[in-house]
Design a protein around this ligand. Structure first.
Ligand SMILES: *Cc1c(COP(=O)(O)O)cnc(C)c1O
Length: 400
């Protein structure tokens, strides 16, 4: 079977809620993926940062296999022997007191929003059902109805109403807007320290710190969505570390599993997560022994292989080399660590054709919005691998 045969079956039976590049992958290892026609590609998307540790990392795959042969799922009706160690290790690594495990990132965000609302009513003293959560333009936090209720991207919302009330949207990066929108009913401010799907947007220096201070002053919870920017992607364990803040709640997902299984978690204090009582929130698969064993190993690999440091160093090198490419198509190169966005000028006629040209040269990238190419390879990438890719990227960025 050839690429087109796989695509034909997929397109015949599947819902068309994605517009993938026409590459059919059947094998992957480290930074490389292989297609059914035998072509090899450098993966510069890393499954939206879920495979930060590299594809099929042997240690993570082993943890998965070993645990799968023992016990995979108990549900939280019973306890299992992996969850306590996942809790302890993730808290020790991140410096948080308490954790609540879920599966997808969106469920992690929903959990954080529920915690914030309940904290608002039970602890801050906001009148029941009056709690407000402030979010930012251009955000991405998942696809549930409540989450898209505060999206500013029309495409994410079209045809999906009615929406969940209680959210306000202010301009990302604008501290005055936040100051203006906070009221006595505000329970939380939800923000991505670097916007990923929004086009790898880095807010102005000092913005997160000022926003954090404003939240503290007004007894508003600061929630960092680090599902994509976290766990080393930005060159720090968390992107918020660049501004020396400690969010009240941090949501992680994606790379928490090394790409092996959907695992997310909400990190916070005992006081905030303490608002949950038996029966008021949960998930059948959240905190399963399989998930816990995989997450434990994924975090160990991140630390022991120094992937955060490598992301910082390789990211700096990659951006410098990208900036040295003299291309009339490029408007801006931005990012932190190996979280890099190349924004093209409008005249360049969209990022998609550049991604297709990169694919033809053995590099997989995905456009985000119309005009941004995101470069976010697995954090294990080496200088040699970047040096292999850079001339090809230069060729594509300078094309007519
Ligand atoms: C991917 C992502 C999510 C949603 O995660 P899913 O696992 O796709 O539900 C939430 N927030 C951010 C910042 C993301 O990048």
């Amino acid at each position: 079977m050839l690429t087109k045969d796989f695509i034909e079956i997929e397109d015949k039976y599947g819902a068309h809620n994605y517009h993938p590049l026409d590459v059919v992958i059947n094998k992957a290892e480290g930074v490389w993926v292989y297609d059914v026609d035998g072509n090899k590609y450098l993966d510069c998307l890393a499954a939206y940062s879920a495979v930060n540790q590299g594809h099929c990392h042997p240690r993570i795959v082993n943890a998965l296999k070993n645990q799968a042969e023992k016990v995979t799922l108990t549900s939280r009706a019973f306890r299992n022997d992996q969850l306590p160690f996942f809790y302890k290790e993730v808290c020790e690594l991140t410096g948080y007191e308490s954790v609540l495990p879920m599966n997808s990132g969106a469920e992690g965000v929903e959990t954080a929003l529920k915690a914030a609302r309940k904290w608002g009513y039970k602890i801050k003293g906001v009148e029941e059902n009056k709690g407000e959560i402030i979010t930012c333009t251009n955000n991405f936090a998942g696809r549930t109805i409540s989450i898209i209720s505060f999206s500013s991207v029309p495409e994410y919302k079209d045809g999906f109403g009615p929406f969940t009330p209680g959210f306000k949207i202010i301009e990302y990066g604008n501290i005055e807007a936040l100051e203006k929108e906070i009221t006595n009913n505000t329970v939380a401010f939800l923000v991505e320290p670097i916007q990923g799907e929004g086009g790898v947007i880095v807010p102005p220096d000092g913005y997160l710190k000022k926003a954090f201070d404003l939240c503290k002053k007004n007894n508003v919870l600061f929630i960092a969505d680090e599902i994509q920017s976290g766990l080393g992607r930005s060159g720090k364990l968390f992107a918020f570390e660049y501004e020396n803040i400690r969010p009240d709640i941090t949501i992680i997902g994606k790379a928490l599993s090394g790409g092996c299984y959907p695992i997310s978690a909400v990190l916070s204090s005992k006081e905030i997560l303490g608002v949950f009582r038996p029966g008021d929130h949960g998930s059948t698969f959240g905190g399963s022994p399989l998930a816990a064993a995989i997450a434990r190993e994924s975090l160990k690999v991140l630390v022991e292989e120094k992937l955060v440091e490598n992301s910082f160093n390789m990211g700096k090198y990659f951006r410098e080399k990208l900036r040295a490419i003299n291309s009339k198509n490029v408007k801006e190169i931005r990012g932190k660590g190996l979280f890099i966005g190349v924004e093209l000028k409008h005249e360049a006629k969209g990022a998609r054709r550049f991604c297709e040209a990169l694919m033809a040269r053995g590099i997989l990238c995905k456009e985000t919005h119309e005009d941004v190419i995101r470069f976010a390879p697995p954090l294990i990438i080496t200088k040699e691998q970047l040096d292999w890719a850079l001339p090809k990227i230069a060729e594509v960025l300078t094309m007519e």
